[in-house]
Design a protein around this ligand. Structure first.
Ligand code: SAH
Length: 241
C-alpha cells in the first residue's frame, strides 16, 4: 500500500481513538457528578448523616451494577430492573437501611438478597467483612464476578436460600435483608450477635414494613422504620415465604 493512503488512514484512526477515549472519560466524570448529586439531593437532603454511608455511596459506581440500557438512569431516585424479575433498590433505601445498622470497619455483616451486588459493595466499603446470599443462581454468579472484578476482597457470595442464614460464619454484628418474608426467619434471629442489629422488610407482597431488630440480653427489641415495597423472599423453587 502507498504511503499516501496509509498516512491519512492512520491519522484518522488515531483521531477516532482519541475521541472514543475522550468520550469514555467524560461519561465517567459525568457519572461521578451524577453520584455526587444523588448523595446530596436524594440522601443527605432526606436526613442521612452517617459519614461512612455518604462516603460509600459517593464511591460505589452504581452504573456498573445495572444493564447498559439502564445506565443513564443509574443515579435516579427509583429502583431499576436487574433481570430475573428482580430490582436494585432505590438509592435512598440503600442508604437508610445501611445507616440504621450503625456500621464501621470492625463489623461482620450478613446480607440476604445479593441481587446486583450494589448494596453488598456499599456494605463492603464500610465493614470489615460481608457475607451475602442470593437465591437465583444467575444473579449470584454475576454479582460475585462483578464484585471480584471491582477488587473487593472482603466479600463472600453464596448461591442458596438466605432464609436459613449462614450458620458457619455466625454470629453477625448486623444482618440486612433486601427481600421480604411474611415473618422474621428464626435462623436469622439466632445468627444475630448480642448487641447486633437486623434490618428487614416484613409483610405481604404489597404492604411491608421495614423493621429494625436489636438484640439485647438475648431478646429482640423491635422498631418500625417506614412502609416499603420489596420483592418477596422466595424458596429455591420460587414460592414465597
Ligand atoms: N440488594 C440488592 C437488591 C436485590 S432485590 C441490590 O442491591 O441489587 C432482592 C434479591 O433477593 C433478589 O435478587 C432476589 O432474587 C433475592 N432473594 C429472594 N429470596 C431470597 C432468598 N430466600 N435468599 C436469598 N436471596 C433471595
Amino acid at each position: 500500500m502507498k504511503w499516501t493512503y496509509l498516512v491519512p488512514g492512520m491519522i484518522a484512526f488515531l483521531m477516532f481513538s482519541a475521541l472514543t477515549v475522550e468520550a469514555a472519560s467524560s461519561s465517567l466524570q459525568n457519572f461521578e457528578k451524577q453520584r455526587e448529586r444523588m448523595v446530596s439531593v436524594q440522601i443527605k437532603a432526606r436526613g442521612i448523616t452517617d459519614e461512612n454511608v455518604l462516603k460509600a455511596m459517593r464511591r460505589v459506581e452504581r452504573h456498573r451494577f445495572v444493564d447498559q440500557q439502564y445506565r443513564r438512569h443509574a443515579y435516579e431516585d427509583y429502583p431499576l430492573p436487574i433481570g430475573e424479575g428482580q430490582t436494585i433498590s432505590q438509592p435512598y433505601i440503600v442508604a437508610l437501611m445501611t445507616q440504621v445498622l450503625n456500621l464501621d470497619d470492625t463489623k461482620k455483616v450478613l446480607e440476604i438478597g445479593s441481587g446486583s451486588g450494589y448494596q453488598t459493595a456499599v456494605l463492603a466499603e464500610i465493614c470489615h467483612s460481608v457475607y451475602t446470599i442470593e437465591v437465583i443462581d444467575a444473579l449470584g454468579k454475576r454479582a460475585a464476578k462483578l464484585l471480584a472484578d471491582m477488587g473487593y476482597g472482603n466479600i463472600k457470595v453464596k448461591v442458596g436460600d438466605g432464609y436459613q442464614g449462614w450458620e458457619k460464619y455466625s454470629p453477625f454484628d448486623a444482618i440486612i435483608v433486601t427481600c421480604a418474608p411474611t415473618h422474621v426467619p428464626q435462623a436469622l434471629k439466632e445468627q444475630l450477635a448480642e448487641g447486633g442489629r437486623m434490618i428487614i422488610p416484613v409483610g405481604e407482597q404489597f404492604a411491608q414494613e421495614l423493621v429494625l431488630l436489636t438484640k439485647q440480653k438475648g431478646k429482640l427489641m423491635k422498631d418500625a422504620v417506614i412502609p416499603v415495597r420489596f420483592v418477596p423472599m422466595m424458596r429455591r423453587d420460587g414460592k414465597p415465604y
